[in-house]
Design a protein around this ligand. Structure first.
Ligand code: GAP
Length: 535
């Protein structure tokens, strides 16, 4: 598995993703998509929209406003309870999510170093002492063990000195090295070892004011999910589209959350894009529809190249479920920091429509022609992150290979996802006939596939560059294509496949139809028809 630093550095170098406001020192929780990143992200959103809206009879789309009536957030329950437990260090002031603290301590630099020291000594007291007066001073200056080693270690001596650290005793070890002067244990800060405050809820809602004068302006919130825009438009869409149950409404758009600990590159940010579906169905059919959506969404990621060993479904435990949810399953991806949520698929029952009905006084019901009865539909919600999907596709596509003794970095994107579909490369940029022909071919291919012309380096280097950004095919124009004083033009170009690095020689007149075929997965067919070309 590639580490995140490699992905971050490739993304910056090749123009996929940049740190937001970098020239001002950057904003830790926001990222900007560069020339190739915007193509990749647009491709992810386009495929999601095509597969979930345009290719289905039972789906329609929506694009609701980001700012909504403040009552929406009362009705949805976000104002009362959309929060995460928050804890801060009383020494260095760093903030962490209370429910992520143990992981953060476990992965912290100081704990890693302490673990190593404990593993290397038979006597725990000696190990702790050496560490407290050595590396601990730099890495965890505010840890009780580092600040008061004699007191803490005298306690250890009475307890156990022949100690071998095992993961299951993590809590016990922490209690012994992080405690107040009266001996009461506390959580240590992952950054400096200081005392963490007791967790309390912190709202994730980002406030804003609509109107020029703050005192009289309407206070509202930047939406924390796109879903509520769909629920409040349920009746508008139903009346306008005359859809019958079951049917769904899809939306792609920005959402905002005041996350306590954004991080892991674009995985958790305060501004992000969601791709959400609210699928309305008859009560009683909800469990079946839920399972169908779980299967469909799980298959979708694999259809566009996510390897099956890197993706899994995780059923929510009873105590994780929102009180109104009947069942929820996460699609998880094996990101560099471990298995993490890519998409959540929940059965939200009739909770949201009923809440908005109660708060707005508007009836949000469906009239069933068959039973001649009004009912409130149940809703299944497949809710995916566009940024997390982009990150998963990038990580999954990343490959490093040895080719003739050299390291080749290649992003093996599905052709539909690749930012650039075809690169047209002239073999000699000083030969005007080659250059003109290559530019003409680029112009033609561009009408159908996003293609680029590049003559800024030698052919070998141009291939490597295109491999590194995941371009599935390169077309090379050479002297044989255009002819010279000695030989007539053969009017053929070389087409190179990114993954196999195989080449075929194709007549220019057939190039458009060949590209159509190979973009749809027909490379081996083309090899059979034209034969492998070795230069
Ligand atoms: N309407 C349901 C809902 O919003 P969620 O699990 O909170 O559910 C759905 O969010 C998806 O949105 C997540 O699976 C993730 O892909 C994406 N997402 C949520 N918070 C995010 C954040 N802070 N940064 C990036 N993506 C996020």
């Amino acid at each position: 598995m590639v580490d995140m630093d490699k992905i971050v550095s490739l993304c910056k170098r090749r123009g996929f993703i940049f740190q937001s406001s970098e020239i001002y020192g950057g904003l830790g929780s926001a990222w900007d998509y560069g020339p190739l990143g915007v193509e990749l992200k647009n491709n992810v959103k386009r495929l999601w929209w095509r597969d979930n809206v345009q290719l289905r009879d039972d789906m329609v789309g929506l694009d609701a406003a980001i700012t909504m009536h403040p009552k929406v957030w009362e009705a949805s329950g976000h104002l009362a309870s959309f929060s995460d437990p928050f804890t801060g260090c009383t020494a260095c002031g760093r903030h962490y999510r209370g429910d992520h603290l143990t992981e953060a301590i476990w992965g912290s630099k100081w704990f890693e170093s302490l673990k190593r020291r404990l593993a290397n000594e038979d006597d725990a007291v000696v190990a702790l002492q050496k560490w407290a007066t050595g590396d601990g001073k730099k890495l965890a200056p505010n840890l009780a063990l580092v600040q008061r080693p004699e007191v803490i270690l005298s306690l250890w001596k009475t307890k156990r000195s022949r100690y071998r650290f095992v993961q299951s005793e993590f809590g016990e070890l922490l209690d012994g090295i992080a405690c107040a002067p009266d001996g009461t244990p506390h959580n240590p800060c992952p950054n400096c070892g200081g005392q963490m405050s007791d967790p309390r809820p912190a709202s994730l809602m980002l406030e804003t004011f609509l109107g020029p004068v703050q005192e009289t302006a309407t206070k509202t919130y930047l939406r924390p999910e796109t879903a509520q825009g769909i629920f409040v438009n349920f009746d508008n869409v139903l009346q306008a589209s005359r859809k019958k149950l079951p049917f769904g409404i899809a939306q792609i758009g920005k959402s905002f959350r005041n996350e306590i600990t954004p991080g892991n590159f674009t995985f958790r940010t305060r501004e992000f894009e969601q791709m959400e579906i609210e699928y309305f169905c008859m009560p009683g059919t909800d469990e079946e529809w839920h399972q169908r959506w779980i299967d469909e969404r799980f298959a979708w990621y694999q259809r566009y190249g996510i390897r099956k060993e890197n993706i899994q479904l995780r059923e929510h435990e009873r105590d994780e479920l929102a009180f109104y949810a009947k069942r929820c399953v996460d699609v998880e991806y094996l990101f560099p920091m471990g298995w993490s949520e890519l998409e959540g698929i929940a059965n939200r029952t009739d909770y949201d429509l009923k809440q908005h009905s109660n708060f707005s006084g508007k009836v949000l019901e469906y009239f069933d022609e068959e039973s001649k009865q009004k009912l409130v539909p149940y809703v299944i919600e497949p809710s995916a992150g566009a940024d997390r999907s982009v990150l998963a596709f990038l990580v999954d596509a990343y490959n490093e290979e040895k080719v003739r003794g050299e390291n080749r970095v290649v992003l093996k994107f599905h052709p539909e996802l690749a930012p650039i579909k075809i690169a047209v490369l002239p073999l000699l940029k000083k030969n005007s006939r080659i250059v003109e022909t290559a530019k003409k071919i680029t112009g033609e291919l561009r009408k159908r596939w996003y293609s680029v012309y590049d003559d800024t380096a030698s052919i070998g280097r141009l291939y490597r560059r295109q491999d590194e950004v995941g371009t599935p095919f390169c077309v090379t124009v050479d002297v044989q294509t255009v002819g010279d004083d000695k030989s007539a033009a053969d009017e053929k170009v070389t087409v190179r496949d990114r993954d196999t690095m195989q080449q075929i020689r194709v007549p220019m007149v057939a190039l458009g139809s060949v590209v159509d075929r190979i973009m749809a997965g027909g490379w081996m067919d083309a090899v059979r028809e034209f034969g492998l070309f070795k230069d």
